[in-house]
Design a protein around this ligand. Sequence first.
Ligand code: NDP
Length: 321
Amino acid sequence: MSRPDLLMTGPMMPLVQEGLAQRFTVHKLWEAADKEAMLNEVAPTVMAIATGNHSPTDAALMSRLPNLKIVGSFGVGYDAVDAAWAGQHGIVVTNTPDVLNEEVADTALGLLLSTVREFPQNDRYLRAGKWLQKPYPLTGTLRDRKVGILGLGRIGKAIARRLDAFGVPVVYHGRSEQKDVAYGYYPTLVGMARDVNVLLIVAPGGDATNKIVNAEVLAALGPDGVLINVGRGSVVDEQALIAALQAKTIKSAGLDVFEDEPRVPAELIAMDHIVLFPHVGSGSVHTRRAMAQLVVDNLVSFADGKGPLTPVPETPWPPKA
Ligand code: NDP
């Protein structure tokens, strides 16, 4: 059995590295002293890329690899891969959907509760010895909240199910109404923001969603409004969010994702009334292992001639004629 050449663009979990090494000759780009020289050397024969999205897999990179057939991307969001270009050039892109739905939904609920009930601040209060002086002040609640989900997809639905169990009403906005769900649909984001007091983002990044949560949407959310983002930082106009939080034209925010990760604006870090997570939505050992295995399974299945398991919509399999 031949061992096709695979380019790994950045460090990936041992499970990915070991799994792929059994089927491919793996070239680790980030370990090369001279990356350009390594790329030039392997470019003619590379058949697959494995990426953890540390760097873009864009047209500039893919067009250098004339035998590239597949890009296996770690994570369900693949905005770092130019999947449209890949699709136009007969290259299939895979991601890791579904195996992380429940984990990210758990995180979203944890972040929502942490923000509304101020749990991290409670913890800091106790550790600072302030409880000895007086009890922590009373907080807001989930009981009077209505959640508008931006992006009622695989993860959004897992979040909605949890909110159902919590007795919290849910509505949603996306590009189209889903006839098979019972939640109320809003054709415009600003219209939904006006009607809810929690806006929960779990939509993908990319050009179509870039900064769609802007100053107008935040103004519509209003002074009692809470913004939760477990989707992508690029979906929110971060400067408009900072301005709204500083002016208290929205109440609070819980953020797992940021525009320029891992750099988080000092203005956000300085605010004690918001909750910030370092992009840990899917970050349990269990779920990251499942994602890693799916990266390997996609690439190995393809190399074995059985096709990819989870191609993204821009690169359907088998390819359209
Ligand atoms: P899905 O594709 O299943 O769902 C995405 C949803 O977003 C769909 O309901 C879609 O609805 C909506 N959507 C897409 N484009 C737009 C748009 N331009 N405007 C409005 N709505 C839009 O994806 P998943 O649920 O699997 O994942 C969602 C995202 O969550 C990922 O892309 C990723 O960015 C993020 N994520 C974050 C993690 C973290 O660690 N914080 C972990 C995992 C994922 P419609 O088609 O009707 O518009």
